[in-house]
Design a protein around this ligand. Structure first.
Ligand code: GLC
Length: 559
């Protein structure tokens, strides 16, 4: 076994796939996707090459934030199935070599959760301190608010008891008080419960909010959130040695470091690279690779057990909150000029293909880049077939329309009558008649096959996940040339062209051993020779991309 492919730190070179049970596949024909439907489609994911399935919330919910407003941490939304179905799903996935992680939302509960209902009965209620209360109205500035279209403060007055409760998200999602040992106990119990049912870890929702210290006026606070994050990590590792915590931490790189923990990595194992993702969009909008090159130079180097999660799109708005106002406007102008495509003044409620006018060259370049960077790629369902959003669905949910399986009725998602569908599918150019998994799997030139090939190429180079990145100098501004290197001596050069013009990229690879060749991993494994001093000229098409494994003179040929 190659050293980089060890199973303990499986997340270092996994392929994650995020899916929402509700919109994936409706097995019983009632219009809503279900756990049995998800189980039924595991073989599809297996064929695609996915090795870890991340399930969005499937717990009992008040249904005001697509399941992120939970009313019971220990159950399954009855519309989706039962705990028994869930265990079958995890068990079946495992038998196919697919791990399952689940969304862990414990920053807040729904206001319909029995704890909150009890807590708001009186100030002495036993559940009162499960939440964060203030006797006077705390200051809250509009810039603290996550959903400015609906909220103007992070605090809401509870009329009956005359105190304000904290809610970083909607007012129907009161924040839990994680300083309270009883809440901490519930957090451990919940994590332990799902681990016992077979999951391999958690995607931790809204981490900076979960671990934020919010000044309640008049309270002295000695709680150390990072120590508590370490406690959580220790707890889950005691229960399951190789469990993963993948955190949603959209903060600047420098601040991200502390969420990974100290030198011994006692925090999150993985974090999404929100900064890199936003810079990729800026680079695409400008046709200029320098923004992403700059971000990659600033990206912190991680300790060996930690990992970046690379992604192009997720289930939320495409957030551009870490760009400057003018940069964000550039991306808006390029990829979402219509105000209806924009959200909260910071993001776009679109998927990638329509943003790029359906130009497959650009779509492929973006995914090739995400897979070629040190880290672990995360796909959002439907990306593998180039699905678009359904703009008719309000807000962020536009990108969460049902999976398009076939060109038939309801895109093969459900046999229910259309009006009973949990969410409508898009019509027209990106509707299921034109974009669906069944047709693409039959056509080896399709986007699905491009993605499958990319996934397997990534999996065959497990060193990518363990590598560090360096940007190579070359004169073309539209091109990102980077090299990934791994301890064993393995290295791979990748080229990505953000521009519409083809070009020749001249590289000087003086660190490469004489007699090495470059093997084109994505294009027929052709071999390219370097001259004696390590110089090489490489063709790159418009929006082209290449992965070139450096094969030393002593190395076995790539099979
Ligand atoms: C995270 C989720 C988002 C959800 C929010 C509140 O940001 O990604 O979809 O609304 O947390 O739970």
């Amino acid at each position: 076994m190659r050293s980089a492919d060890s199973g303990d730190l499986w997340w270092k070179n996994a392929v994650f796939y995020c899916a929402d049970i509700e919109t994936f596949y409706d097995w019983n024909g009632d219009g809503t996707g279900d756990i049995r439907g998800m189980t039924d489609r595991l073989e599809y994911l297996n064929d695609l090459g996915v090795t870890c399935l991340w399930l969005m919330p499937f717990y009992p919910t008040a249904r005001k934030d697509d399941g992120y407003d939970i009313t019971d941490f220990y159950g399954v939304d009855p519309r989706l199935g039962t705990l028994g179905d869930f265990v079958e799903l995890v068990r079946t996935a495992k038998s196919k070599g697919i791990r399952v992680i689940v969304d862990f939302v414990m920053n807040h509960t729904s206001d319909a959760h029995p704890w909150f209902k009890s807590a708001r009965r009186s100030k002495d209620d036993p559940y009162r301190d499960h939440y964060v209360w203030s006797a006077t109205e705390p200051k809250s500035s509009p810039k603290d608010v996550v959903f400015p279209d609906q909220e103007d403060s992070n605090w809401e007055l509870d009329r009956k008891t005359g105190e304000w409760y904290l809610h970083h998200f909607y007012k129907h999602q009161p924040d839990l008080n994680i300083e309270n040992p009883k809440v901490q106990e519930e957090i451990s119990r919940t994590l332990g419960f799902w681990l016992e049912l077979g999951v391999s870890g958690f995607r931790v929702d809204a981490v900076p909010f979960l671990f934020a210290k919010d000044a309640v006026p008049g309270q002295i606070d000695v709680f150390d959130p990072f120590q508590y994050l370490g406690d959580i990590r220790n707890f889950i590792t005691r229960r399951l040695g190789d469990a993963v915590l993948l955190g949603e931490v959209n903060v600047p790189y420098k601040e991200q470091k502390k969420f990974f923990g100290g030198a011994d990595g006692d925090g999150l194992n993985m974090q999404f690279d929100f900064i890199g993702m936003q810079q990729i969009y800026l680079s695409m909008a400008r046709g200029d690779a320098r923004p992403i090159a700059k971000a990659l130079r600033q990206r912190p180097t991680l300790d060996p057990t930690s990992q970046w999660a690379n992604f192009i799109r997720n289930h939320d708005e495409l957030t551009l909150d870490k760009l400057s106002d003018t940069e964000r406007q550039e991306v808006f102008d390029a990829f979402g000029p219509d105000p209806d495509m924009q959200l909260y003044g910071r993001g776009l409620r679109r998927r990638l293909p329509p943003m790029l006018g359906g130009d497959e060259r650009r779509m492929k370049m973006a995914y090739s880049l995400a897979f070629s960077l040190p880290g672990t790629p995360v796909l959002f369902y439907g990306e593998e077939i180039g699905m678009a959003e359904n703009p008719e669905i309000p807000g962020r949910l536009a990108v969460r329309s049902p999976m398009q399986w076939t060109g038939g009725t309801n895109g093969g998602f459900s046999s229910a009558v259309k009006r009973r569908l949990t969410r409508p599918l898009p019509d027209g150019l990106y509707g299921p008649e034109r974009v669906n998994a069944a047709d693409q799997r039959r056509d080896h030139g399709s986007f699905w096959w491009f993605m499958r090939n990319l996934i397997y190429t990534y999996r065959e180079q497990p060193e990518i996940g363990w590598s560090t990145v360096e940007i190579l100098k070359q004169p073309n501004r539209a091109v990102l040339a980077h090299v990934c290197r791994e301890e064993s001596g393995w290295s791979m050069i990748a080229l990505h062209n953000f521009g519409a013009e083809g070009c020749i990229v001249a590289l000087e690879l003086d660190a490469v051993a004489p007699g090495s060749v470059l093997v084109d991993l994505l294009d027929g494994r052709t071999e390219i020779e370097l001259d004696k001093s390590g110089r090489v000229e490489l063709d790159l098409g418009p929006y082209g991309y290449r992965w070139l494994r450096v094969l030393g003179p002593e190395e076995e040929p790539i099979i």
